[in-house]
Design a binder for this molecule. Sequence first.
Ligand SMILES: Cc1ncc(COP(=O)(O)O)c(C=O)c1O
Length: 387
Amino acid sequence: MKERVIYKERKNTNCEKWDGLLEEYGRRDLLPVWVADMDFEAPSCVQVALQKYIDFNVYGYYHVPDSFYDSIISWEKNYQGYRVKKEWIRFIPGVVPAIYWLIQMWTQKEESVLIMPPVYYPFFNSIKETGRQLVECPLLKEDEYYKMDLELFENKILKENVKVFILCSPHNPVGRVWTKKELQAVLDICKKNEVYVIADEIHQDIVMSGYKKVSAATCGNYDEYLITLTSASKSFNIAGFQCAYAIIPNDKIREDYDQLAKKLHFTEGNNFSYIATQAVYEHGRPWLEAVCNIVESNYFYLKNELKKVMPKVKIAPLEGTYLAWLDMSDYVDPKRMKETILDKCHLAVDFGELFGGENYKSHIRLNLATSRENIEEVVKRLQLITN
Ligand SMILES: Cc1ncc(COP(=O)(O)O)c(C=O)c1O
C-alpha cells in the first residue's frame, strides 16, 4: 500500500529551514531550499506510536526494548543487505557528533583525516575543531559525473600519513550512490594502509530508481577498520528526535568505543527518539518509497525545465539523496554568486563554497524534498538571472 505524502507549510513553527532565514541570511524574503530536511509530514506511523505513548503520559526512564534493535536489524538486512547483530549497535544522538568522537578515538592531535570534497561541510569542521590535519582528495568530475580519485587517494594517504577517512555514501552534495566496485577499491586501499573508515551512510535510503545503495561494510572484510554511522532521520524526516546509530562489528573497536562513551558518560537517547525510529523502520517503507518518487520527479522537473530556459546550467545526475548540485558558472560570475541568488532570485540555497571552498563557488545545492510548486518557483526564480 502506498502512503500519501503530505506537504506542510512550516513557516512559524520554529523550523530552521523556514524560520531560521533571518539568522542565516539576514533576511526573510527568500524561498528556502537549503537545510536538508523535508517539507513533508513524517509517516503516520510516527504519530500513531507517539500518540500511544503520550496517551499513557508517563515519561520516566526508558528501557530500550529488543524490538527497537530488531527493527534496525531487519531494516539493515532487508534494505541494505547488511546482517547486523544486536551487540554491534550503539545509540548515538547524531551522525555528526559521532564523527567528532571517532576522530578523537582514532587519532591524536595533528594527525591526518581525509575527506573527498565537495562534501558535507561538518566533515571539515570535525577535523579542524578537533585539532586534526585536514587532507582533501577532491572528487574527479567528468561532465557532471563525479568519481573518486583513487590514485590521488592512495598518494595522499602515504604522503600525509592519513589515519582516518570519512566516507560519505551516498555522497552529499554530488548525489552519487557509490557502486560496490568503487567502494571495494577505496576500502581496499584503506585496509592496505591501515586507515580507519568512518562510513557516513545517513542518506542510505534515499536512492533513485535504477540505483542500488551498497553498505560499505558489506563490500568485503573491512570490520577491523570500519564503523558505519546512520539513522532513520533523513529518510523519514525525523531529524529533530536526534536518534542515530553506530554499527561496530569488530570487538576491539567496540571496546574502544565503549570506553570512550563511558568517559563521556554518554550512552542513552530519549524515549521519543527510540519510539519514532522503531515505528518508521517497522511501518514506514511505503511512505519512504513514495517520497523517493517525489524527489525523483522533482529532480527531473528541475532538470528538464532548466534545460529549456537555462540550458547551460549543469546538474549532477541524481542517484541518491534529495539534494541537487548545480553548476551555474555559465550564468553567474562565481564572485557574485551569493548576491545574485539572494538579491535577484530570492532563494535560500547552500552555496557551493561551503562544501570545499573556492573551487565550488560556482555551485549551489538545492533541496528537492518539497512540493512541486516550490520547485516550479525555484525554476522561475533562477530564470531571473538571465533577464
Ligand atoms: C552526510 C551527512 N551526514 C550527517 C548529517 C547530519 O547528521 P546528524 O543530524 O545525525 O548529526 C547530514 C545532514 O544533512 C548529512 O548530509
